[in-house]
Design a protein around this ligand. Structure first.
Ligand code: SAH
Length: 427
């Protein structure tokens, strides 16, 4: 069988025969990367082995000719992407081919294909017996322009596991070629997601692991910082001195200075950097200083935290909108940019962030503006963290419940009928 096909069950008599060690010794594959673009490749057989191989051949630009009286629906669905010769194999099918795959369930037919290939000096993969083939298909993975191909000595599961380990390592940035080409100084805004270290994006994790300097916020997933390589400098913004806006100026200055000093800077925040995250102020600062900036979005908490807690922000037939509002300023505050009277007239989902302290005032203005006191509310605290909990209330009882339950930030407050959908028994 070809290298990448899982071993048949032990009940298969062919499989229980131990490989002849003398033969095995001779089978040291010589790896190459075939450039098959525009070249005829003949696949004999139309079952599941062919189905798995053909898309890769198409992706490589091969001129795929598939010979089989019958094919799986998936192969049939490929339509004009391949030439399907709807009959049994004939020797002449291999004329002018560069590469062949014998992938029928008949050892006899596969043998005939292999023989015809040998005569024409065409390399041929076999799905039934790798020891009688002249080529093996490796377990293949691709990442960032690199193809990883693993050939073990006919242990397909081991090859696939190794392939997965290498590709995953590359994706997560654990396996990286620290080449000069990759070492481009600049700032990357990395959204860390709601807190669970598993909920960062693949690109975000990679950028963190490849950074020289990580500038992290209080809400950035802590556990990921513990995994940073030892030589990475960590600047914890929560420990910077002075007040709120002064701190932002200091952050802008730090990231710009580090990038200008030739470092790769990851600006690491909870959720997404642009959702009440001041990410764009950092972009402006970088632009003014001529520093290049890349953005890696993160899972933002107003959507992901309710989702994790089982509260959908929209539900068919219940709401056609969800509105995300920062509650860090109370309604009526001279610097508030929210028209709370207008918000009170909305009928859909409201998602309130940074609103624990001002929740009673917000609830009052919503009630005064006409929202029903019985409107269900879910408060999700520490979303995605081990301490996550959800507290239920109504608009009428919100202030009282927050106090009784001693709710502390970070919390997301979801107001609307979607909460009833998620908790029908509570309302
Ligand atoms: N940029 C972040 C939000 C920063 S503002 C994002 O995109 O998610 C900080 C507020 O986000 C908190 O006050 C809280 O309302 C919310 N928040 C962030 N992470 C949270 C979490 N894990 N659980 C609950 N609320 C969270």
């Amino acid at each position: 069988m070809d290298e990448n096909t899982p071993a048949p069950a032990a009940t298969d008599p062919a499989a229980s025969e131990p490989a002849d060690p003398a033969v095995a010794d001779l089978l040291t594959p010589y790896p190459v990367g075939l450039l098959l673009h525009g070249r005829r490749v003949v696949v004999v057989g139309g079952g599941h082995v062919a189905q798995r191989r053909v898309p890769t051949l198409i992706a490589a630009g091969a001129d795929v000719v598939l010979v089989s009286p019958e094919v799986t629906p998936a192969i049939e669905g490929l339509g004009p992407e391949i030439t399907w010769v709807r009959r049994r194999f004939a020797e002449g099918d291999l004329d002018n081919a560069w590469y062949a795959l014998a992938a029928t369930d008949s050892a006899e037919v596969n043998e005939a294909v292999a023989r015809a290939a040998e005569e024409r000096r065409i390399f041929c993969v076999r799905s039934d017996d790798a020891s009688r083939a002249t080529a093996w298909t490796p377990a293949v993975g691709r990442h960032d322009g690199v193809t990883v191909a693993v050939l073990s000595n006919r242990e397909p599961r081991r090859s696939a596991a190794l392939r997965d380990a290498v590709v995953e390592g590359m994706r997560e940035g654990r396996i990286a070629a620290r080449t000069a080409a990759h070492h481009t100084p600049g700032v990357t805004l990395v959204g860390g997601g709601p807190g669970d270290p598993e909920l960062i994006t693949v690109a975000g994790r990679k950028a963190l692991m490849e950074a020289d300097v990580v500038v992290a916020d209080r809400l950035a997933p802590r556990e990921l910082l513990a995994e940073l390589p030892a030589d990475v400098e960590l600047i914890d913004v929560a420990k910077l001195p002075r007040g709120r806006s002064a701190t932002q100026e200091t952050i802008n200055q730090v990231i710009v200075e580090q990038a200008l000093a030739g470092k790769r800077v990851a600006r690491f925040k909870g959720g997404d950097n642009f959702v009440f995250g001041r990410g764009y102020e950092e972009i402006i600062a970088c632009r003014e200083a001529g520093v290049s900036v890349t953005v890696i979005p993160g899972l933002t908490s107003p959507v992901s935290v309710p989702g994790l807690a089982g509260v959908p922000v929209t539900h068919r037939g219940v709401t056609h909108e969800f509105t995300v509002i920062s509650g860090h300023l109370p309604p009526g505050h001279p610097e508030s940019l929210t028209n709370w009277t207008a918000v009170a007239q909305l009928t859909g989902t409201l998602v309130l962030m940074m609103a624990v302290e001002n929740a009673p005032a917000i609830a009052s203005v919503l009630l005064a503006g006409g929202r029903d006191a019985a409107t269900p509310v879910a408060v999700v605290c520490d979303g995605s963290m081990p301490t996550e909990r959800t507290v239920l209330a109504t608009l009428g009882t919100l202030g009282e419940v927050l106090q009784r339950e001693a709710v502390r930030p970070p919390a997301i407050i979801v107001v609307g009928e979607v909460v009833r959908v998620a908790h029908p028994d509570a309302f």
